[in-house]
Design a protein around this ligand. Structure first.
Ligand code: CO8
Length: 260
């Protein structure tokens, strides 16, 4: 499907999604919200897509947040609906069966920073900037930022970021655990693709079980989280890929996983 606000390229099991409103620093508007929801529905049902990379068009921004030009027309009731739609969309992205990788090529602010927080892995260009500047607009993060950011980096750091609205550079974002890797800007997409290719070689079903166990267990007490892990571990034993993985090890050859 062709989109106005997204570019989607599918090649060799890797879908690269480019947020494509570069004149507005890829700010997410209602149209992009709708189009992302359509795309996510497609990706959820597409076993040919093994890894998803999300990045921003141009060299300035990943996404500079929600489109502020739409804010003035919003009533409080409409703002509630918009926040709930974006939250639901981001949660769906978080729960995609495939691993997701944010390749952050510039500003990741507000809803852009929140989008990186629902991706499984985050690679940042050295020029990337992260932040939750909503406070400067008299609002607060509305796409999960007050909740996920605190869980990711701790409450004190989350409060500093949300209360001051100040930006963090890529190295600081790495230091506090918002980012997995920092690379020179001209190597960003090559690094993202290389990591995606590594993941593509694994069993899609095992990756999904790992991702779900970590995410589901994260907000549970340890005992409950361990139960989630034990069940996922048992399900892995019912997969053809587990049998193939063990057989390949014993036969001293590379496993050929089929995602079953
Ligand atoms: N929305 C709309 N347009 C934007 C946005 C945005 N968030 N950010 C930048 N733009 C536009 C600018 O208006 C400008 O357009 P034009 O060329 O037509 O004047 C163009 O992009 C380039 O931007 P600048 O000229 O401002 O570039 P600078 O290099 O001077 O500054 C900044 C770059 C610092 C990124 C600056 O643009 C900025 O501060 N942008 C706003 C960032 C922000 O506050 N983001 C948070 C928005 S709120 C949010 O994300 C809430 C998410 C939760 C949503 C829940 C549902 C509501």
């Amino acid at each position: 499907m062709a989109f106005n606000t997204l570019l989607v390229e599918r090649a060799n099991g890797i879908a690269t999604v480019t947020l494509n409103r570069p004149k507005a620093l890829n700010a997410i508007n209602q149209e992009m919200t709708r189009e992302l929801a359509q795309l996510v529905a497609e990706l959820e049902r597409d076993p040919a897509v093994r890894v998803v990379i999300i990045t921003g068009a141009g060299d300035r921004a990943f996404m500079a947040g929600a489109d502020i030009t739409e804010f003035q027309a919003l009533s409080a009731v409409e703002a509630l609906g918009f926040s709930q739609r974006i939250q639901a969309l981001y949660t769906r992205i978080e729960r995609l069966p495939q691993p997701t990788l944010a390749a952050v090529n510039g500003f990741a602010l507000g809803g852009g920073c929140e989008l990186t927080q629902v991706c499984d892995l985050v690679i940042a260009a050295e020029t990337a900037r992260f932040g939750q500047p909503e406070v400067n607009l008299g609002v607060l993060p509305g796409a999960g930022g007050t909740q996920r950011l605190a869980r990711l980096v701790g409450r004190h750091r989350a409060k500093e970021i949300c209360l001051t609205g100040e930006m963090l550079d890529a190295h600081e974002a790495y230091r506090i655990g918002l980012v997995n890797r920092v690379v020179p800007p001209d190597q960003l997409m090559a690094e993202a693709r290389a990591l995606a290719e590594k993941l593509r070689e694994k069993s899609a079903v095992t990756l999904r079980l790992i991702k779900e166990a970590i995410d589901e267990g994260h907000d549970l007490a340890l005992e409950a989280g361990l139960a989630v892990e034990a069940k996922a571990w048992a399900i892995a034993f019912a997969t053809e890929d587990h049998a193939e993985g063990v057989r390949a090890f014993l036969e001293k050859r590379r496993a050929q996983f089929k995602g079953r």
